[in-house]
Design a protein around this ligand. Structure first.
Ligand SMILES: Nc1nc2c(c(=O)[nH]1)N[C@H]1C(S)=C(S)[C@@H](COP(=O)(O)OP(=O)(O)OC[C@H]3O[C@@H](n4cnc5c(=O)[nH]c(N)nc54)[C@H](O)[C@@H]3O)O[C@H]1N2
Ligand SMILES: Nc1nc2c(c(=O)[nH]1)N[C@H]1C(S)=C(S)[C@@H](COP(=O)(O)OP(=O)(O)OC[C@H]3O[C@@H](n4cnc5c(=O)[nH]c(N)nc54)[C@H](O)[C@@H]3O)O[C@H]1N2
Ligand SMILES: [Mo]
Length: 758
C-alpha cells in the first residue's frame, strides 16, 4: 500500500523491479511507478551520520547546516550521542525546548507511521512542543469548527459520489475537481471512483461548472471559467447578492438552521460598508463578466446544486473566507442536508471526500498525554525558531513562542512543505541540534546534525486501513532492508532503552507482535459489530479483509432532519454565518462573517506591477509532495531535468519563451529555474509550478541561493492566512519569468552529501 494506491510489487530480492496496481482499483494512479528502483536509489541514506561541525564543536547554532560534510558513525555511537543530547536538552532547558511537531506525510501503515512513533517516543521522554493543524487545512481546521462544529466530518462523512452521480443537477466547483489529487489518500486507498462518478453524473444530464485558473482541473466536458486567482470569495458573495436581491434565498432554511444571516446581509447589500457586492463589483475584481456571475447564481437556484470548494482555496491569505462564504452560499440555496445538494469541501483535493466511511475505529498505537502544553500553528516553524519569546495571535488566544534548542523531525520534509526557504534556512541555523530520520538525503536531512537512516514501507511489514476505504490490508515487505537503514521503531526503542523507558516504549513487543496486536484491536471492533474478520494468520495470508461501509451518505442530513437533537457543535448549535466569538476577537484580518479581503499576492494589486504573473504552486500530478521525485513518473514530466512550469502561449511569446526552454522564475524573495511548457489551458497571466521538486541550491552555503531545479517555495511568502488560523499560504505567489540563457547548472538534488568514515 502507498498513499497513492494499493499495489503488488515485484522484486529481484533487493530492489523493486515492477509494480502492479490492485486489480480492484478501476482507476489506478501513475504515481505507483515511482516506486521502481526506489529502495537502492543513490539518494538513500546508507547508515547513521553526524554533521562534522556538530561532532567537533558540540551542539550550538550553526549556519553551516546544509553545506557541511558528515561523518559516518555506528548505530551504537549514534544512539549514545542522540540519547545524551536529548538528556542534556531536557535537563538544561526542559522538555518544551524540544520541537517535535515533525509535520509530514511519512508513509502509510498503522504501526510504522513515523509521526506516531516520534510523538509516542517524545511523550514518554517527558513531552515536547508540538504543532497543531496541517499545511493541508490550516484555515479550514480553525474556521469550520467555529462555523459548523467540525472540519474532518466534512470529508470523512461527505456526500457520497454515488449520491452526487444520481441527484446533482449542477455542481459548481471552485478549484475544479482535479483527478490528479484524488490519486492520493492519507494512509492509502484501494479504489479511485471520482472520474467514474463525474462521468455518470454528466451522462445523466448533470452539469459541471469549473472555476479555476487551469482547464485540466476538470476532466472531460465542463464549463470552464477562469477568474483571477484569489477572487473566488468575491464571486461567491456576488452570487449570494443575486440570491438575496432576486428573492431566491431560502429564508426558512436560513432561519431554522443558521444564525447571523441578517448581519451578513447588511454587508452583502452594502448597508454596512457602502459597497453592494453586486455581480459588477465582483466582475471588476475577478475578470469574469457580471452577466456570467448573475446567470450562475440563478442557475444554482433552479435545481439540485452542489457548491464544491477545494482545499487549495484556503491555502492562501484569508483562507478562512472561501469555505465560509461557500457554505453561506449553500445555506442561502437551502439545500444543505439534501441528497446531491449543499456543500462539499475537498472533492478533488483528496480521494477520501465522496467515499463511504467504515463504521469502526481504526487500530491505533496508544500515544498517551504530552506533558508539555506548548504548541504552535504548524506553519509557524520559522517564526518559532527565529523569534523565541515573541507573542502572537492564534484562534482567539495570545500565545508565546518557546525557546527551542532541539528540533526532531521524522517523516516530513520542511524543504518541501514550508514557504520562503531562504528564511527557513536562516531559522534552521538557530537551534543547538537538529535530528532527522528519513530514508533519503532530502534537504532536511542535509540540514541535520544527527541523521538517522530509516527504512521505507517497502522494506517492512505493516497493516494499513483508512477511515473511508473498505479494505484492511496486510503490507508484506517487498525487499530486505537497505544497507544499514533501520525501522524508526527500532531506533526509538534503542533510544528509549538508553533513556530508561525501553520497556514502557516497546511493551515487550517486536514490530511483528505490535502489528498482530493492532490487528487484534481492530478485529475486536468488527466482531463486536457482528462483522467477520479472520484470525491474524489467515488475514496475513489472504492479504486483505473487506469491511462494511456506510453508503449513501449526505453531509449534514441528520442535522437537517432534526436540528435540535442533532445540533451542530457550535455556540448556537446552528451554522454560524455570523460568529460572535470571531467577531469578539477583533481581528482586522478576519471579521465575524465571511467577507472579501484583498490579498497581497494577486493580479489586481500594486505588487503585480513588479511581478506580473500569478504563480499557482499546487500539488504535483506525478508524485506525492517531494516523495520519490527521482521515480520514473516524476522524472518523465521534467523538462531538461527541471520541474515543468506551465504558461499561457501569449505570456510565453511576450517573453521570447518557447516550449522546452529553461526559464528563471523570480521575485524579491528568491528564484528558481524551471522548464517551460506552453498550454492554452492555463489562464493568461497565470503560471503553474507544482510543489515537490527537491530543493537544489546553486550555492548550498548561501541561504538566498537560487534553486536550479524548480522548487516554488523559494518564492512563496512565509505569512499566515490570518490572525485567526495562521495557516499555510503557499498556494499563491506573484512572480516574473524570463528565459534562462546562462550555462545550465547540473541537478545535484539527489546526490548524497560527502560522508566520511570516522
Ligand atoms: N507552496 C506550497 N507549499 C506547500 C503546499 C502548497 O499547496 N503550496 N501544500 C502543503 C501541503 S497540503 C502539505 S500536506 C505539505 C506536505 O509536506 P510533507 O508531508 O512534509 O512532504 P513529503 O514529501 O510527503 O515528506 C514526507 C517525508 O517523509 C519521508 N518518509 C517516508 N517514509 C518514511 C518513514 O518510514 N520514516 C521516516 N522517518 N520518514 C519517511 C519521505 O522520504 C519524505 O522526506 O506541503 C505543503 N507545502
Ligand atoms: N497527485 C497528488 N495528489 C495530492 C497530493 C500530491 O502531492 N500529489 N497532495 C495531497 C494533499 S497533502 C493535499 S492537502 C491535497 C490538496 O488539495 P488541493 O489544495 O485542493 O490541491 P491543489 O492541487 O494544490 O489545488 C487544486 C486546484 O486549485 C486550483 N486553484 C488554485 N488557486 C485557485 C484560486 O484562487 N481559485 C480557484 N478557483 N482555483 C484555484 C489550482 O488550479 C489547483 O490545481 O492534495 C492531495 N493530493
Ligand atoms: Mo496536505
Amino acid at each position: 500500500m502507498a498513499h497513492w494506491g494499493m499495489f503488488e510489487a515485484e522484486s529481484d530480492g533487493a530492489e523493486v523491479t515492477a509494480v502492479h496496481p490492485y486489480p480492484g482499483d478501476g482507476d489506478p494512479s501513475p504515481i505507483l511507478a515511482n516506486a521502481v528502483g526506489s529502495v537502492r536509489h543513490r539518494s538513500r541514506i546508507a547508515g547513521p551520520a553526524v554533521r562534522r561541525g556538530w561532532l567537533e564543536n558540540g551542539p550550538g547554532p550553526s549556519d553551516r547546516r546544509g553545506s557541511d560534510e558528515f561523518v559516518a558513525v555506528s548505530w551504537d555511537e549514534l544512539a549514545d550521542l542522540l540519547a545524551g543530547e536529548l538528556r542534556r536538552v531536557v535537563d538544561t532547558h526542559g522538555n518544551r525546548a524540544i520541537f517535535g511537531g515533525s509535520y509530514g506525510w511519512s508513509s502509510p501503515g498503522r504501526f510504522h507511521h513515523a509521526q506516531s512513533q516520534v510523538h509516542r517516543f517524545l511523550k514518554m521522554l517527558g513531552g515536547y512542543t508540538r504543532s497543531e493543524h496541517s499545511y493541508s487545512l490550516g484555515a479550514t481546521g480553525v474556521i469550520m469548527p467555529r462555523v459548523v462544529g467540525t472540519h474532518w466530518k466534512m470529508f470523512a462523512r461527505s456526500t457520497n459520489w454515488e449520491v452526487i452521480a444520481r441527484e446533482t443537477d449542477l455542481m459548481v466547483c471552485f478549484g475544479g475537481v482535479p483527478l490528479k489529487n484524488t490519486a492520493v489518500n492519507d494512509g492509502g486507498t484501494s479504489h479511485h471512483p471520482t472520474r467514474g462518478a463525474l462521468d455518470a453524473m454528466r451522462a445523466r444530464g448533470g452539469r459541471i461548472v469549473s472555476l479555476s485558473p487551469l482547464r485540466d482541473d476538470l476532466h472531460g466536458e465542463a464549463e470552464w471559467l477562469a477568474p483571477r486567482p484569489g477572487t473566488d470569495v468575491a464571486i461567491m458573495l456576488a452570487c449570494a447578492y443575486v440570491l438575496a436581491d432576486e428573492g431566491l434565498a431560502d429564508l426558512a432554511f436560513l432561519d431554522r438552521y443558521c444564525t447571523g444571516y441578517e448581519v451578513f446581509e447588511q454587508y452583502l447589500l452594502g448597508k454596512a460598508d457602502g459597497v453592494a457586492k453586486t455581480p459588477e463589483w465582483a466582475a471588476a475584481l475577478s475578470g469574469l463578466p457580471a452577466d456570467t456571475i448573475a446567470d450562475l447564481a440563478r442557475r444554482m437556484a433552479k435545481g439540485r446544486t452542489m457548491i464544491s470548494v477545494t482545499w487549495s482555496l484556503q491555502r492562501v491569505r484569508h483562507g478562512e473566507q472561501a469555505p465560509w462564504a461557500g457554505i453561506t452560499l449553500a445555506a442561502m440555496l437551502g439545500q444543505i442536508g439534501l441528497p446531491g445538494g449543499g456543500f462539499g469541501h475537498g472533492y478533488g483535493s483528496m480521494n477520501e471526500p465522496g467515499l463511504a466511511p467504515v463504521p469502526y475505529p481504526l487500530p491505533t498505537l496508544f500515544q498517551g498525554q504530552n506533558p508539555v502544553s506548548d504548541s504552535i500553528p504548524v506553519a509557524a516553524i520559522s517564526d518559532l525558531l527565529l523569534n523565541p519569546g515573541q507573542e502572537y495571535d492564534f484562534d482567539g488566544q495570545r500565545r508565546t513562542f518557546p525557546d527551542i534548542r532541539l528540533v526532531y523531525w521524522a517523516g516530513g520534509n520542511p524543504f518541501h512543505h514550508h514557504q520562503d526557504l531562504g528564511r527557513l534556512r536562516r531559522a534552521l541555523a538557530r537551534p543547538d541540534t537538529i535530528v532527522v530520520h528519513d530514508p533519503y538525503w532530502t534537504q532536511m536531512a542535509k540540514h541535520a546534525d544527527i541523521v538517522v537512516p530509516s527504512t521505507t514501507s517497502l522494506e517492512r511489514e505493516d497493516l494499513s486501513c483508512t477511515r473511508n476505504d473498505p479494505l484492511m490490508v496486510a503490507m508484506h515487505a517487498a525487499t530486505p532492508r537497505f544497507a544499514d537503514a533501520r525501522d524508526d521503531y527500532d531506533t526509538f526503542a534503542a533510544l528509549a532503552r538508553r533513556l530508561g523507558f525501553g520497556e514502557r516504549f516497546t511493551e515487550g513487543r517486536t514490530a511483528g507482535q505490535w502489528i498482530e496486536h493492532l490487528y487484534g484491536q481492530w478485529r475486536g471492533y468488527v466482531l463486536a459489530d457482528g462483522g467477520e474478520a479472520p484470525e491474524f494468520d489467515e488475514f496475513w495470508l489472504r492479504g486483505h479483509v473487506r469491511m462494511r461501509t456506510e453508503d449513501e451518505l449526505t453531509l449534514f442530513e441528520e442535522f437537517r432532519a432534526d436540528p435540535e437533537a442533532n445540533a451542530l457543535r457550535t455556540p448556537s448549535g446552528k451554522i454560524e454565518i455570523f460568529s460572535a466569538d470571531i467577531d469578539g476577537f477583533g481581528y482586522d484580518d478576519c471579521a465575524g462573517h465571511p467577507r472579501w479581503y484583498e490579498p497581497e499576492e494577486w493580479l489586481g494589486g500594486r505588487r503585480a506591477e513588479a511581478f506580473p504573473l500569478h504563480l499557482i504552486a499546487n500539488q504535483p500530478k506525478t508524485r506525492l509532495h517531494s516523495q520519490l521525485d527521482h521515480g520514473a513518473t516524476s522524472q518523465g514530466s521534467k523538462v531538461q531535468g527541471r520541474e515543468p512550469i506551465r504558461l499561457h502561449p501569449d505570456d510565453a511569446a511576450a517573453r521570447g519563451i518557447a516550449d522546452g526552454d529553461v526559464v528563471r522564475v523570480f521575485n524579491d524573495r528568491g528564484a528558481c529555474l524551471a522548464g517551460a511548457v506552453l498550454d492554452e489551458g492555463v489562464r493568461e497571466r497565470v503560471v503553474q509550478l507544482a510543489t515537490g521538486a527537491w530543493f537544489d541550491p546553486l550555492d548550498p552555503a548561501d541561504p538566498s541561493s537560487m534553486c536550479v531545479h524548480g522548487n516554488p517555495n523559494v518564492l512563496t511568502a512565509d505569512v499566515g492566512t490570518s490572525s485567526l488560523s495562521r495557516g499555510c499560504t503557499g498556494q499563491h505567489v506573484l512572480v516574473q519569468v524570463e528565459r534562462f540563457d546562462g550555462e545550465l547548472p547540473p541537478i545535484r538534488a539527489y546526490d548524497p552529501p560527502t560522508v566520511r568514515p570516522r
